[in-house]
Design a binder for this molecule. Structure first.
Ligand code: URA
Length: 198
């Protein structure tokens, strides 16, 4: 099959995009999901968070970051004077990997067009990648999150900055010192947003 037979999908509306994502069976994760966890929040937001993939609670509710990691993410967002409803939150893969395993390369590749299309429709000015999977995918790097976190990288043709931070689940595991690092990264997020809005 040539590229002409199988053009890259494009979506010009949220409805079309979400409709296709909700019915997706492109990878094996579809068989194990309760529902597709497409994304949550303000579709006009200038700040977007990209996580890894839904966990058990997200799979049950159909909303990203609603479990323990989600509670922490919400606190970090509120810590910079915003509300969860003010931002947009989504994941690299939209269906829960079994037993919360890491998403496989083929699953990430299958799901990537949905994430790219979400970002195209959102046109954010600040993209925060939560943890290694989102950072490696969107920064096209093999560098680990501990080296990249808290730094700003030009993204989306210079129209946005990408800011990697620790995944909230890693912060929960790491305790006080990692929480301090995450808080510091969110201060950088706040400054980047203020600059973009000025
Ligand atoms: N972890 C993620 O990466 N995404 C979620 O939606 C929940 C937990």
């Amino acid at each position: 099959m040539s590229l002409l037979d199988d053009p890259a999908p494009t979506w010009s509306s949220w409805d079309d995009l979400e409709g296709d994502a909700l019915g997706c069976t492109k990878c094996a994760l579809a068989a194990g999901r309760t529902q597709v966890v497409f994304g949550f929040g303000d579709r006009n937001a200038d700040l977007v968070f990209v996580g890894e993939g839904p966990g058990a609670e997200e799979d049950r509710q159909g909303v990203p970051f609603v479990g323990r990691s989600g509670a922490l993410l919400t606190r970090l967002i509120e810590g910079i004077g915003m509300r969860r409803d003010d931002v947009y939150i989504c994941n690299v893969v939209k269906c829960r990997p079994p037993a919360n395993r890491d998403p496989l390369p083929g699953e990430i590749t299958s799901c990537r067009p949905y994430l790219e299309a979400q970002l195209d429709l959102l046109e954010p000015t600040v993209v925060v990648t939560l943890g290694n999977f989102a950072t490696k995918l969107l920064l096209d790097t093999r560098e680990g999150i501990t080296k990249l976190r808290g730094r700003e990288f030009p993204a989306r043709g210079g129209t946005a900055v990408l800011l990697p931070t620790l995944h909230p689940a890693a912060v929960l595991r790491g305790g006080g010192p990692t929480l301090a690092q995450a808080r510091a990264d969110f201060v950088v997020v706040k400054r980047a947003l203020a600059r973009a809005r000025a």
